[in-house]
Design a protein around this ligand. Structure first.
Ligand SMILES: [Zn+2]
Length: 271
């Protein structure tokens, strides 16, 4: 495999696979979810984790708890979904952590490709024209070096056959991490923090807003509302890689709806 025939010029694919082989030689890969060594032929996460990841199946169902939650919050989405359930303390929480804090942009692209392939098969997102990753504030982006949602969107866009727009929507305010704030504070925290710089680029399009995790939904709703306000002639869908199972089972403080009964969601919660 290492002997190259001059008559057969190296394709981009063979260059990339040699680079991958070299990379693996020096950095033997471990599964980013469970930390065990990756076996031959496994991709992105190990075979065992592929079998165990709690996929939601939401990208194949127009009526699902994520879409329902966003509509409760008065966000007029065409479709909405999340790829897998995010449970505190599970191996799959580490996946998000890996591409957020350990420079795992490559993992974000691959997870995006997997998610995008499932969306493509489901057929509900065929008329999406542009993917907009939820932006980070420039200062945070500079500190981390990249926005993980952009890489996620890049992988998804490859499978869905559309473009990614990382310039039209911006985050104007550098808000602090929301993890430890109370719910009301968290909502106040994200009000008016986004802006649309080039509304004309998004005009008339079906936009898919992409983020890594759906917890309270505050950040996504705030970003989506700003897009809909400044680009009234667009349609909007939402896709996140993971969704917090606990949040879906709790009544949203800003929605008039009741807390769903667990039995009503049992169908979705069984991995
Ligand atoms: Zn694993």
């Amino acid at each position: 495999m290492w002997i190259l025939n001059e008559m057969c010029p190296m394709s981009e694919f063979s260059i990339r696979s040699i680079a991958d082989d070299l990379f693996r030689l020096f950095f033997p890969s471990v599964c980013p979810a469970c930390g065990r060594p990756m076996t031959e032929g496994s991709r992105t996460i190990c075979t065992r984790c592929r079998g165990e990841i709690p996929l939601t199946g939401f990208c194949r169902r127009a009526d699902n708890p994520v879409a329902e939650r966003l509509r409760e919050l008065k966000l007029p989405v065409v479709n909405a979904c999340a790829f897998y359930f995010y449970v505190a303390g599970s191996d799959f929480r580490r996946l998000i952590h890996a591409f957020k804090y350990r420079g795992g942009w490559r993992l974000a692209v691959e997870m995006g490709e997997w998610f995008g392939a499932e969306m493509k098969e489901g057929g509900l997102y065929d008329d999406v024209e542009v993917l907009v990753p939820v932006p980070l504030h420039w200062r945070k982006r500079l500190h981390r070096g990249y926005n993980q949602s952009e890489y996620l969107a890049e992988g998804m866009a490859r499978m869905l056959g559309c473009e990614v727009d990382t310039r039209s929507v911006v985050r104007r305010v550098h808000n602090k991490s929301q993890a430890l704030s109370g719910r009301d504070r968290r909502w106040e925290n994200v009000q008016g923090i986004f802006g649309v710089r080039y509304p004309e680029r998004l005009n008339g399009k079906h936009i898919l807003l992409v983020d890594d995790v759906f917890t309270s939904g505050f950040t996504i709703v705030s970003c989506a509302e700003e897009i809909l306000r400044q680009v009234p002639d667009c349609r909007l869908s939402v896709a996140t890689l993971a969704v917090s199972r606990n949040e879906l089972l709790t009544a949203h403080p800003l929605s008039p709806g009741r807390a769903p009964k667990k039995e009503e969601y049992e169908y979705f919660l069984e991995p």
